[in-house]
Design a protein around this ligand. Structure first.
Ligand code: S3P
Length: 225
């Protein structure tokens, strides 16, 4: 993992920054986030840049920052709109980085997005516009991704483990994208089975405790007759 670069792409609110930070910390590699790089270079947040200079200017800055980020090793988290410029798609395709699409169903992303007014595209778009944006971008994310990871209902540590495994296999050309998707499904099923087994053990223990209490109670009743 030391010399490998992983670029996280995906819709707003899917958790690219938090998952990227988590994975970079766990694997002890460098982490960078294009939105943070933009904020640093422009001394303004994406929201402020949208307001003062508009989206076209923001995209130009984002493009420059992406080119710069791709010169580094480690984990790179990108803004959801990174796929808006064809030039960015070229940059991503030409890079040696593994492009990981963190997929999130819009119905699962919406509750995370709505209370958040830090995102300009959320403030100014209706739910229908957002759905169209999500649908359009979903196709582009898929077209440039080396790996697609479904984040629905998974914790960050599980998603990070799937990225790590998938990216390692992908880089070594050991498995195809489809096989990696299946192995990550197996991984998550194994985790669910382990969880269910644990719950079964707890239930069994509770049952034993109840029977034990029952026997003691009956013993008391007999004794008091
Ligand atoms: C944007 C997503 C944001 C940020 C900007 C534009 C988009 O990043 O780059 O507000 O066009 O989807 P996140 O995906 O981290 O929210």
């Amino acid at each position: 993992m030391a010399t490998q670069t992983i670029v996280l792409i995906g819709f707003m609110g899917v958790g690219k920054t938090s998952i990227g930070t988590f994975l970079a910390r766990k694997t002890k590699v460098n982490f960078c986030d294009t939105d943070r790089m933009i904020t640093k270079s422009q001394a303004a947040t994406p929201q402020e840049i949208f307001q003062t200079h508009g989206e076209v200017y923001f995209r130009q800055v984002e493009s420059k920052v992406l080119a710069q980020a791709l010169t580094q090793h480690g984990i790179i988290s990108t803004g959801g709109g990174i796929v808006e410029l064809k030039y960015n798609l070229q940059l991503l395709r030409q890079s040696k980085a593994t492009i990981v699409y963190l997929y999130g169903d819009l119905s699962h992303l919406m509750p995370r997005l709505l209370p958040n007014h830090k995102r300009p595209l959320i403030e100014h778009n209706s739910s229908r516009d957002l759905f169209e944006l999500w649908q359009r971008r979903d196709k582009i994310y898929r077209s440039i991704a080396d790996l697609i990871i479904d984040t629905t209902g998974k914790r960050n540590n599980v998603i990070a483990a799937e990225i790590k495994l998938g990216a390692a296999l992908w880089q070594r050309h050991e498995l195809s994208q489809k096989e990696i998707a299946i192995s990550s499904q197996i991984l998550s099923l194994e985790r669910k089975i382990a969880n269910l087994n644990h719950q079964k053990q707890i239930l069994n223990q509770n049952l034993i405790n109840h029977r034990y209490i029952d026997v003691i109670n009956r013993g008391f009743k007999r004794g008091s007759r």
